[in-house]
Ligand binder design. Structure first.
Ligand SMILES: O=C(CO)[C@H](O)[C@H](O)COP(=O)(O)O
Length: 235
């Protein structure tokens, strides 16, 4: 914890976000991720705008929360309908493996985050070093967004993979609802040996809207930790 009251993890997220924002060029259409690291990205963008920089950059938010934050800070927004191809997306992650495969969705925004990532020429993932993992599933469950209709059947299906399933709770004991009104089943698989196979099996199941395994979508990583800030680009 620093004298300002900022925790080490929050500082690493902020430093990673500030470095990542250096990749934004004038005129870009930029996907804005969700979660606390992405909030640092939005705040940095707003601070640069206050200095008269990057004034022609527009963002595509990946959640209602990010949209509200960006609007409150005066960051101009557009939609995928208006801009179906994005230059760059900056987003956080819950877990990152050495091949830059991800678990995302800790904030529940996985569906819109994946749609925006797929629509982006470059996806820059921004994390503190605590997110790095030798194997996905070691530290985090995989969030799976399901339709409320038939959700218990999906939970049984997912238990069939040996996962421990928790339906995410919202306020006052009500089920958590995504921006689409769906439920999230947090699936603790433990370390996942073959994430691609698991992803394919989840995608084949009706009623599963999306899952938090992001495979083949990350083009770059900015990671900040006690050793400093590193920007890993493709070789
Ligand atoms: O996937 C996400 C939201 O759906 C976030 O990127 C992920 O949960 C990381 O959040 P934070 O930056 O707060 O650690």
């Amino acid at each position: 914890m620093s004298a300002s009251g900022e925790s080490d993890v929050a500082r690493f997220k902020r430093l990673a976000a500030e470095r990542a924002v250096e990749s934004i060029q004038p005129g870009m259409v930029v996907g804005l991720g969700s979660g606390s690291t992405s909030a640092f990205v939005v705040r940095r963008l707003a601070a640069l705008r206050a200095e008269g920089k990057l004034l022609d950059v527009v963002g595509v938010p990946t959640s209602v929360g990010t949209e509200e934050l960006a609007r409150s800070l005066g960051v101009p927004l557009t939609t995928l309908e208006e801009q179906p191809v994005l230059d760059l997306t900056l987003d956080g992650a819950d877990e990152v493996d050495p091949q830059l495969r991800l678990i995302k969705g800790g904030g529940g925004a996985l569906l819109r985050e994946k749609i925006v990532a797929q629509a982006s020429r470059r996806v820059l993932i921004v994390v503190d070093a605590g997110k790095l993992s030798p194997r996905l599933g070691t530290h985090w469950p995989v969030p799976v967004e399901v339709l409320p209709f038939g959700w218990r059947s999906q939970a049984l299906f997912l238990e069939g993979f040996g996962a421990r399933i928790t339906r995410r709770e919202g306020r006052e004991g009500a089920p958590y609802r995504t921006d689409q009104g769906n439920f999230i089943l947090d699936c603790a698989f433990g370390p996942i040996e073959h994430p691609e196979e698991l992803a394919a099996r989840l995608e084949a199941r009706a009623g599963i809207v999306e899952h938090g395994l992001f495979i083949g979508l990350t083009s770059e990583l900015v990671v900040a930790g006690p050793g400093g800030v590193e920007h890993r680009r493709p070789a």
